[in-house]
Design a protein around this ligand. Structure first.
Ligand SMILES: *Cc1c(COP(=O)(O)O)cnc(C)c1O
Length: 360
């Protein structure tokens, strides 16, 4: 697995350029979408990123050691009794329920130091205060003062579908909340939200997947690929017409076929459903300048590809499974999932090489 930190930084700069009236943060939850939290954050910080979002406090603690001066928000907010440790690491919880507001206020009123974000739900029904609760907050200045909020945020449910009416509905709801709490910097857009236009940018945008080269909206990603995953050929074998390849005997060779067996599988986070059968084509790999389709099921540690059209393929060759020639979203599509899941699921077994970074 090769991670191109130069491409990561370049993607951040491209997004920051697109959202030039707002500041651009980086979402690095899920171990930096699978590429490694610390190297990702350090490369982004060097590119100029000052604000980061993680999901869990534990991710925040690791991130604090990697980027000492950055602003770090914890999207999952507070669980009972966690305000102290979060604030001690100078992390900022994203308060997304009235219970969290009460706990944070209790912590601050007892002398605790720190600021927090307020998350208001505008139609996703996942985390966030209801607009009614936000109104109640706006009408209680002493409560607001006790919270010390430095960010007002909401999250878009369908930004990947620009024409979906829920986008405009959420935008209108967020503007209404913002009008009640005008003094707090505001943030609404994820990667796809940035493409919805300036109306959606407010003071801070929060891209995740686009930084890592994944598609945030339908179609091919315009971002630079960051992750390349390669596996080596263990052996090349001839399969006769009528014989099958792999578990379940799901794919039958229609003609004499040369098959290369690769040392990678679903234990490496390569989805089993990206395999192929007689009824359904699977994902593709890339070697010697050409694509080679998967043949049969993906095993735990092995994948078979059809190299009949690639005479030079031989034992020991490296084969690209995901990368510039095999977009992560293409593999994800064949597995019935999204690039996000594939990236964050890339296993621990890879030898990881980071290129293009100054930190290394
Ligand atoms: C994950 C997440 C993001 C980033 O979303 P992408 O689609 O990866 O850009 C932004 N905001 C919140 C609240 C998130 O949970």
């Amino acid at each position: 697995m090769t991670v191109d930190l130069g491409a990561l930084a370049g993607n951040w700069e491209a997004l920051a350029g697109r959202a030039d009236r707002a500041a651009t943060a980086a979402v690095v939850k899920g171990d930096g979408y699978g590429i490694g939290l610390e190297p990702a954050a350090q490369a982004l910080a060097e590119a100029g990123c000052q604000t980061f979002f993680v999901a869990l406090p534990e991710e925040g603690f690791r991130l604090r050691d990697a980027v000492r001066d950055a602003i770090i928000y914890v999207l999952d907010g507070l669980l009972p009794g966690t305000a102290d440790e979060i604030a001690d690491a100078k992390l900022r919880p994203v308060l997304g329920s009235w219970a969290e507001i009460e706990e944070w206020v209790e912590f601050r009123n007892a002398g605790g130091v720190g600021t927090a974000a307020i998350h208001v739900d505008t139609g996703m029904n996942r985390l966030g205060l209801t607009p009614t609760e936000a109104r109640r907050l706006a009408q209680t200045p002493e409560l607001l003062e006790a919270i010390a909020p430095d960010l007002l945020m909401s999250h878009l449910a369908v930004a990947d579908t620009p024409d979906h009416p829920l986008n405009r509905k959420q935008l209108a709801a967020f503007r209404a909340v913002r009008a009640l709490l005008p003094d707090i910097p505001a943030s609404l857009a994820n990667s796809a939200g940035i493409h919805l236009g300036f109306d959606y940018h407010f003071d801070l945008v929060r891209p995740g997947i686009a930084l890592y080269g994944g598609a945030s909206i339908e179609g091919a990603s315009p971002m630079r690929p960051v992750v390349t995953v390669e596996a080596r050929i263990l052996q090349v074998r001839d399969v006769r017409p009528g014989e099958t390849v792999g578990y379940g005997a799901t794919e039958t060779a229609r003609q004499a076929t040369r098959v290369a067996i690769l040392a990678a599988g679903y234990a490496d986070g390569y989805h089993r459903l990206a395999g192929s059968s007689d009824r359904r084509a699977g994902a593709r790999a890339f070697l010697h300048g050409r694509h080679a389709p998967l043949i049969g099921r993906v095993s735990m540690d092995l994948i078979a590809i059809d190299v009949s059209a690639i005479p030079g393929a031989e034992r020991g060759d490296w084969v690209e499974m995901i990368g510039p020639n095999v977009p992560v979203d293409e593999v994800a599509h064949h597995a019935g999932t999204i690039g996000y899941e594939l990236l964050t699921g890339l296993g621990r077994r890879y030898a990881r090489t980071y290129i293009g970074g100054n930190a290394s």
